[in-house]
Design a protein around this ligand. Structure first.
Ligand SMILES: NC(=O)c1ccc[n+]([C@@H]2O[C@H](COP(=O)([O-])OP(=O)(O)OC[C@H]3O[C@@H](n4cnc5c(N)ncnc54)[C@H](O)[C@@H]3O)[C@@H](O)[C@H]2O)c1
Length: 367
C-alpha cells in the first residue's frame, strides 16, 4: 500500500523531495503541496503531478489526510508545521535543522510523544552505502579504535545568497554554516563516533554581511576516546565536504560536495590489517549514493515495519546539541560539555545565547 505524502514549503529543496519520492515508485502517493505563496504551490503541484495545492496546511491536511508530511519550509516555520501535521495524525519528516533552538526541539519532541506519531529529521548523508559500511565496520571492531577525525565543510556562498530574507539571521535560520551547512557533515561524524563530551570552539563573522557567523572551528572530544577537528565555512572558493577518520587499523576518507557515491571513499589499511579491513570494506552493501531518495526509502522501510523512522529525534538532538555547544564555547570563550547547553543555559533558549555575539567576540579579541 502506498504511503500518502504531503509537502509543506514548495521552494528549492521541496523539488528535490518530489523527485526523490517519485523515484520510489508506487511506494509513495504524493497527495498535496502547501506553501504560503499560493501561486508557487500551484505551479509546484502542476510540475510534479500533485493533485491538491493549498496555502493553509491545516485545511489541506483535513482534506487529504496524508500519512506523512515532509516539512520543507525555512527553519523558523518547521515547529509550527510539524505540530499541525502531528495534530492531524501524520508522521513528520522535517528538513534540517529541525528547529531553531534546543527549546523548540524539546517542544517538537513533546508534541511527537503526545501525538503517538513519529518525527524524523532529514540528514541524507547517513544513508549512502559507504556511510552504512563505515558505521557497521566500526561497530563490529574491524577498524579498531577511533583516534582522530577531521570534519570539514568548506563551502562558498556569495553575499547574494543571503538576499533570501530568512538566510543569515539567528531568528529565522538559527545560525550560519555551523547550523545550516556543516550540520550535515557533523551529523555523519556523530553517526559514526557516537556521543560527544566536550567542545572548544571559535566562530567568526569574517566576510559576509550577515547576523550569524560565516565560519566556525571546533575541537570535539568523544565518549569513545576519539577527538575531532571541525571546520564550517561558507567563505571557501574551492568547495569541499571532507570527513577523515583515523582508526587504529585504517584511515577512512570521504571527499565530496553535496552528495557522494562509492568513488568518494578512500580506505587505507594500517600495516598488517590490509586483508581484514579491505576485505570487509569491499564485501559490504555497495552502490547506494547518499541523498534524499536513500533516506526516504529508509523512512518508508521503518514506517512499514512499525519502527521509528531515521534520523530519530534522539539522534538529531545530539547533533543539535553539538551545534549549540559550538556557539556556546565560541561566545563564552570556555570549553563546553553537554550540561552547558541543557535547560537553564541561554544557549538552550537560542543558539546565539544571551548576548550580541559579535560584541562578545570583539571583547575576547581585545582581551
Ligand atoms: N537537506 C539538504 O541538503 C537541504 C538543502 C537545502 C535546504 N535544506 C533545508 O530545507 C529547508 C527549506 O530550504 P529551501 O532552500 O528550500 O528554502 P526556500 O526559501 O527555497 O523554500 C521555502 C518555501 O517555504 C515557503 N514557506 C515559508 N514559510 C512557510 C509556512 N509557514 N508554511 C508554508 N510554506 C512556507 C516559502 O514560501 C518557500 O516557497 C530549510 O530548512 C533548509 O535548511 C536542506
Amino acid at each position: 500500500m502506498s504511503v500518502r505524502v504531503a509537502l509543506v514549503g514548495t521552494g528549492t529543496i521541496a523539488g528535490i523531495h518530489a523527485e526523490a519520492l517519485r523515484g520510489l515508485g508506487d511506494r509513495v502517493d504524493l497527495v498535496a503541496g502547501v506553501d504560503v505563496d499560493g501561486a508557487l504551490a500551484r505551479s509546484f503541484c502542476r510540475e510534479h503531478g500533485i493533485p491538491h495545492a493549498g496555502t493553509d496546511l491545516a485545511r489541506v491536511l483535513q482534506a487529504t489526510r496524508p500519512d506523512l508530511v515532509h516539512v520543507c519550509t525555512p527553519p523558523g516555520a518547521h515547529l509550527d508545521a510539524a505540530r499541525t501535521a502531528l495534530a492531524y495524525g501524520a508522521h513528520v519528516l522535517v528538513e534540517k535543522p529541525p528547529t531553531l533552538t534546543l527549546r523548540q526541539f524539546a517542544e517538537l519532541s513533546a508534541a511527537a510523544q503526545h501525538s503517538g506519531r513519529h518525527v524524523a529529521t532529514v540528514f541524507q548523508h547517513r544513508f549512502g552505502s559507504g556511510a552504512r559500511r563505515l558505521r557497521s565496520l566500526y561497530q563490529s571492531g574491524v577498524l579498531g579504535r577511533a583516534l582522530l577525525a577531521l570534519c570539514q565543510t568548506t563551502w562558498y556562498r556569495p553575499q547574494e545568497y543571503f538576499d533570501v530574507p530568512w538566510r543569515g539571521r539567528w531568528d529565522t535560520e538559527g545560525g550560519g554554516p555551523t547550523m545550516g551547512h556543516g550540520i550535515h557533515q557533523m551529523d555523519l561524524l556523530l553517526a559514526v563516533l557516537g556521543d560527544w563530551t566536550r567542545v572548544s570552539a571559535l566562530a567568526r563573522r569574517q566576510a559576509r554581511d550577515v547576523d550569524t557567523e560565516d565560519l566556525s572551528l571546533a575541537h570535539v572530544s568523544f565518549a569513545d576516546g576519539a577527538v575531532a577537528s571541525v571546520v564550517n565555512s561558507v567563505l571557501s572558493p574551492r568547495e569541499q565536504s571532507y570527513l577523515r577518520f583515523d582508526f587504529t587499523h585504517a584511515t577512512v576518507e570521504l571527499t565530496h560536495l553535496y552528495g557522494y557515491g562509492e568513488d568518494a571513499w578512500r580506505v587505507t589499511a594500517a600495516p598488517g590489517y590490509e586483508e581484514a579491513v579491505l576485505g570487509a570494506w569491499h564485501g559490504g552493501e555497495r552502490g547506494v549514493p547518499s541523498g534524499h531518495r536513500a533516506q526516504f526509502a529508509a523512512v518508508l522501510d521503518a514506517l512499514e515495519a512499525g519502527e521509528r523512522p531515521p534520523v530519530t529525534l534522539s539522534e538529531a538532538r545530539r547533533t543539535m546539541e553539538l551545534v549549540a555547544a559550538i556557539y556556546a564555547s565560541s561566545f563564552t570563550g570556555h570549553p563546553v560539555d553537554p550540561d552547558d547547553v541543557a535547560p537553564g543555559s541561554p544557549f538552550y533558549e537560542q543558539m546565539q545565547g544571551g548576548g550580541p555575539p559579535w560584541r562578545i567576540v570583539a571583547r575576547q579579541e581585545v582581551a
